[in-house]
Design a protein around this ligand. Structure first.
Ligand code: 5AD
Ligand code: SF4
Length: 477
């Protein structure tokens, strides 16, 4: 094996070290040559998966721009192509392999292009082996813990013309002050923590993103204060389980304390995701209810309504505990919208277990839900469980569940008829460029016509029509 190669290892990725992660400032430095490596060259990044990846892409873009690369929207014209991948389910992986296959013709037409694959998929041993064996068009492979090394890796790939692979399985320290180019001017992602220690039995994330590491509260507040100065209207705090913020730093009530400090920065809208039902404290509910700039919208993954399946999933709550929390949230936070994630077809899920999921859904009448068929992931305990249902059975359950998702989404939207809501203007409708689109505090999409408004404005719209997935209305002057 070549000396400059570092391949991932599942065993290392599963291990949890007791040392608290350190915070490193101002470690990012480019040599004079690196600062001009991308002059007259362009980059293209395709991002898959969740908001953590969206945020990572902003950092990758920031580093590339400091190296003088400019962004292009044409993959054919790019000198550097990066695929920032997701491995949460098998179909996410398949999509990326299809895309890598497509890139072969670009490499043939332009052998100087550098094609890189990064993100969660490259943390998987088998995936890296497959890319190395099957896809010679890939020049560069790096993992989620190697993002801050992009400049060095790219320099190496560029000058040696050899394949460069660097995937650390052990997470590093928290690196502050990396450059980043934010995708939007009015809404921003803010990482509050990295990694996950929950080890739900189906989930690959604790392996791809490492152990939980919380950023320091003062660093987060400094970032948010800067966003306020830059006229940002909304931030979304990101973490695999934001409720556990600060636990790895022995903070008491870490997330409630952070949320309150952020609300006090005066940023007009604060959102956060994702919450695990297990760590959701009363103090958090109080803070969300108290501050009008904390948006009344909570994503609260249920995964299953059956206690048997929840136990097999390692979720650490029961259906009853989930419902108690749900009812408490609804009571304390008026008009709070709640969405959820559900997996159907987990090993050993019977028709009766599935019915329990439907029962919870009928109780909660979620505003929205993201529904998935169980997908076995490499090196997770659930991948080795027996009694997997037939694909037909799982598909049937998913379709049945999705009917409920639609039913309640429409029902919830109907409550907005004749109401006037505040909408943060996001852009234009994809179907009709003369129609503006934006979000209510409860995260409902609103389409409306208007003149003389700008993206990033918060306007008032009276709702006069609703569909399953959006509301429509008229601007109130
Ligand atoms: N199979 C299916 N769905 C999964 N999710 C996570 N891992 C898997 C898996 N192996 C879903 C969960 C999670 C969401 C982000 O993706 O519902 O909350
Ligand atoms: Fe996909 Fe999970 Fe990685 Fe996000 S953290 S990119 S959802 S595997």
């Amino acid at each position: 094996m070549k000396k400059n190669w570092q391949l991932p290892s599942y065993d290392d990725a599963k291990r949890r070290r007791i040392e608290q992660s350190e915070v490193i400032y101002n470690t990012f430095n480019l040599s004079e040559d690196q600062k001009i490596l991308g002059k007259h060259k362009s980059y293209y990044i395709r991002t898959y998966g969740c908001q953590a990846n969206e945020r990572d892409t902003e950092v990758l873009a920031g580093i590339l721009e400091q190296m003088s690369y400019t962004k292009t929207s044409s993959i054919e014209e790019a000198d550097v192509i990066l695929l920032n991948t997701c491995s949460i389910r098998e179909n996410a992986n398949n999509k990326v392999f299809g895309e890598i296959g497509q890139l072969k013709h670009i490499k043939t037409a332009n052998p100087d292009v550098i094609i890189g694959v990064c993100g969660c998929m490259t943390q998987e041993e088998v995936i890296v082996k497959k890319i190395l064996k099957t896809y010679p068009q890939v020049d560069l492979i790096f993992g989620t813990h190697n993002i801050h090394h992009l400049a060095d890796l790219l320099t190496q790939a560029h000058f040696t013309k050899e394949r460069t692979v660097q995937v650390f399985s052990e997470e590093g320290d928290i690196i502050e002050n990396l450059p980043s180019t934010r995708a939007q001017k009015h809404k921003a992602w803010v990482n509050i923590m990295y990694g996950c220690d929950k080890f739900c039995t189906y989930c690959i994330v604790p392996m791809t993103r490492g152990k939980q590491r919380s950023r320091l509260l003062e660093d987060i507040i400094e970032e948010v204060n800067q966003l306020v100065l830059d006229n940002y209207k909304e931030i979304t705090l990101l973490g695999q389980n934001v409720n556990a913020y600060g636990k790895d730093r022995q903070m008491q009530d870490g997330f409630a304390t952070l949320l309150e400090a952020i609300a006090n920065t005066g940023i007009p809208r604060v959102r956060f995701m994702t919450s695990h039902p297990w760590d959701f404290t009363d103090k958090m509910i109080d803070v969300i209810a108290k501050y009008p700039n904390i948006m009344p919208y909570i994503h609260l993954p249920l995964q299953s309504g059956s206690n048997k399946v929840l136990k097999l999933m390692g979720r650490r709550y029961t259906q009853e505990e989930y419902l108690t929390l749900f009812d408490k949230i609804k009571k304390a936070i008026p008009n709070c919208a709640v969405s959820t994630d559900i997996i159907v077809g987990f090993p050993n899920e019977t028709e009766d277990d599935f019915q329990k999921t439907l029962d919870v859904f009928n109780h909660c009448k979620y505003d929205n839900a993201y529904t998935f068929i169980f997908s076995p992931r490499n090196s997770t305990p659930a991948a080795n469980m027996e009694s997997v249902n037939s694909p037909q059975e799982n598909k049937k359950r998913l379709l049945q569940l999705n009917e409920l998702v639609k039913k309640y989404s429409l029902e919830r939207n109907q409550e907005y008829i004749n109401q006037t809501v505040e909408v943060l203007v996001d852009g234009f409708s994809k179907k009709d460029e003369s129609i503006y689109t934006g979000y209510t505090p409860s995260s409902k999409v609103v389409n409306f016509k208007a003149d003389d408004i700008n993206i990033g404005d918060i306007v008032r719209v009276k709702i006069n029509k609703v569909k399953t997935w959006y509301l429509s209305g008229e601007l109130v002057k």
